[in-house]
Design a protein. Structure first.
Length: 387
């Protein structure tokens, strides 16, 4: 009985030891498999970090309006008899745009001119009689006064008649007519809008900390939110007072709009161009990754133990970012000139990941100095990695 128990215990121990040994062997084999499994190479786009010229800018959001723009209205009441413009028509300063009924005013002007002519004849006779010595000076003075009064009445009648006409105060593009022929108008009724579209003004605000960087005549660049086209201009006015509630300074710039792409009331992005700086490293914003531990980039470098000169791996490098301008960001520390920085594909990278550079399509390099063909890019990458 005891002998059978001992045999069972021995067999049980052998079975348990076999199971434990098999599990240990399996775990070790799995670890060796994953340890020796090659890491797949990730294809990335890169740019070479270089020291170059940096044009800083103050970015703001503004609204454009015509340099000259008014809502046209009449000066007096009356019925519209003639409309002499159409929507989006180009008009010149002084053109008659609208006429009100003016029969009474025309008659008053005709009567005033007749009376003025009669008084002028009386003045001429009084002067002739005075020269002959048969008339007194009082008669001549009365004739001169009557002639001057009649001339003033003619000017008044002409002014009243001109009030029955709406004329363009300056040259520009007139908008949609808001009145109809036969409509009774009163002062304040808007007839149409007139805008000088060739020159625009942009109104925007900047923080009070940037007030010292603003000057009259400073260049300004505008762009539309959905368009890459830019418009050049210059600052024409800086409000000398800071808004105490928002701590912002109002600025106005004049913009050339001969192309006609800008429309009054349009939303624009404004960049006030500051003096150019040299020796600044700038990278595309797509190259910088922000995390809880700070900003970093991936740099493609040659491994220390690599025998193949074409073999590259990704290395995480923490950087200090500075100012931003458009799609570029200033790198103050962490990246040196000559480093090959990854601009696309970072989400698949970690320290030591093998990378292959393919700059055939490289959106992050837009706006940077133009690169050579793909063969030259490869040579630069290998030279930078060897350093």
């Amino acid at each position: 009985m005891i002998k059978r128990l001992l045999i069972a215990i021995v067999l049980l121990a052998i079975l348990a030891g076999g199971i434990v040994g098999f599990n240990m062997f399996r775990d070790q084999a799995i670890q060796q498999f994953f340890a020796n499994m090659p890491v797949p190479t990730v294809t990335v786009s890169t740019v070479e970090a270089k020291e170059g010229k940096w044009t800083p800018a103050i970015e703001a959001i503004g609204t454009v309006n015509a340099n000259q723009g008014v809502d046209l209205t009449v000066e007096t009441t009356g019925i519209v008899t003639d409309i002499r413009f159409e929507a989006n028509q180009q008009v010149s300063a002084g053109d008659t745009l609208l006429k009100l009924e003016d029969n009474i005013q025309q008659a008053d002007l005709s009567a005033s001119r007749t009376q003025a002519a009669l008084d002028q004849q009386a003045l001429d006779r009084a002067r002739e009689l005075r020269n002959r010595g048969v008339s007194s000076g009082v008669s001549l003075d009365n004739a001169e006064a009557a002639a001057q009064a009649s001339a003033a009445q003619v000017e008044k009648a002409e002014a009243v008649l001109q009030q029955r006409q709406l004329r363009a105060p300056f040259s520009g593009t007139i908008g949609i007519p808001r009145v109809d022929k036969g409509q009774y108008l009163s002062p304040g009724t808007i007839v149409a809008t007139l805008q000088d579209m060739e020159t625009m003004r942009a109104d925007f605000t900047v923080p009070e900390q940037q007030l010292g960087n603003l000057n009259i005549g400073q260049p300004v660049r505008l762009s539309l939110n959905d368009d890459s086209e830019t418009f050049e201009g210059e600052i024409t006015g800086i409000d000398p007072k800071v808004d105490p509630s928002s701590r912002l300074v109002s600025v106005r710039a004049r913009i050339d709009n001969t192309s006609g792409r800008l429309t009054p009331g349009q939303f624009v992005q404004v960049q006030v161009i500051l003096p150019e700086e040299d020796g600044v490293i700038a990278l595309p914003q797509t190259a910088v990754v922000t995390s809880l531990y700070g900003d970093y980039v991936f740099v493609a470098r040659k491994p220390d133990d690599a025998e193949d000169d074409e073999k590259l791996e990704a290395r995480q490098v923490f950087v200090e970012v500075g100012r931003r301008s458009g799609h570029l960001v200033e790198i103050r520390s962490g990246v040196k000139p000559g480093d090959v920085v990854v601009t696309a594909g970072q989400n698949r990278l970690s320290n030591g990941t093998p990378v292959a550079v393919d700059n055939t399509i490289n959106p992050g390099a837009a706006g940077l100095p133009s690169q050579n063909d793909q063969g030259d890019d490869k040579a630069k990458t290998e030279e930078a990695a060897a350093q």
